[in-house]
Design a protein around this ligand. Structure first.
Ligand SMILES: [Zn+2]
Length: 208
């Protein structure tokens, strides 16, 4: 599943789930879901986001980059700033993770969600943390629907799990899923009578 479909899926999941948890979706909650939906693929040096930001676009470059930033944040801010502490730990985990293993497993998603929740719960509004976690989980579900599957129980088992119905990344089915997710976003705004400006800024965030 490509980055854009993951972002659309993460946004839709947070838009529809937050009201069920008693929170109103706003731009910051959607942004948090977008970040969460992209994080699991940052473990791959060839991922789109890494192609843009990594100075050395290979495995070693990826490890040095993420562990370097994580280490710097820990050294510079230590435990005093909870946001930088949580980011540092997550960045180091991304740096050390092999593609589609740790960041695509129940243990990886669970530990990133737990770090975000326990470290940030007194710093950020709960709906932002929940949206971030929804974004993370949506990524796992998205890749679970692909032919390649995911190592859900990594590091205890390398067996790949996938849904009975799967799609190949980047094929026509993925385009249709993307269009359906855009429809769900439009539908959400029509039903809730929110300003379309919000919707346009959301689409702009995803497509740029
Ligand atoms: Zn992925």
């Amino acid at each position: 599943m490509n980055g854009k479909t993951h972002m659309l899926f993460g946004s839709v999941a947070s838009l529809y789930l937050l009201p069920k948890l008693g929170y109103e979706p706003v731009l910051t909650t959607t942004a948090a879901a977008l970040i969460g939906s992209l994080i699991p693929d940052m473990d791959h040096p060839k991922a789109k986001i890494n192609q843009k930001i990594l100075p050395m676009k290979n495995k070693v470059g990826k490890i040095l980059f993420y562990c370097g930033i994580g280490g710097f944040l820990l050294y510079r801010y230590g435990l005093e700033n909870r946001l930088t502490f949580a980011s540092a730990i997550i960045l180091i985990l991304i740096g050390l993770s092999q593609h589609r293993s740790f960041t695509h497993s129940i243990l990886g998603i669970g530990s990133m969600a737990a770090i975000a929740f326990f470290v940030l719960k007194s710093t950020l509004p709960l709906q932002i943390i929940l949206s971030f976690i929804i974004g993370l989980i949506s990524h796992l579900i998205g890749d679970f629907m692909t032919v390649a599957g995911i190592e859900l129980f990594y590091p205890f088992s390398n067996k790949k799990y996938r849904f009975v119905l799967t799609i190949s990344s980047g094929n026509l089915a993925e385009t249709f899923i993307g269009l359906f997710l855009i429809y769900l976003i439009i539908n959400f705004y029509m039903q809730n009578g929110f300003s379309m400006n919000f919707f346009y800024s959301l689409l702009h965030m995803i497509t740029h």
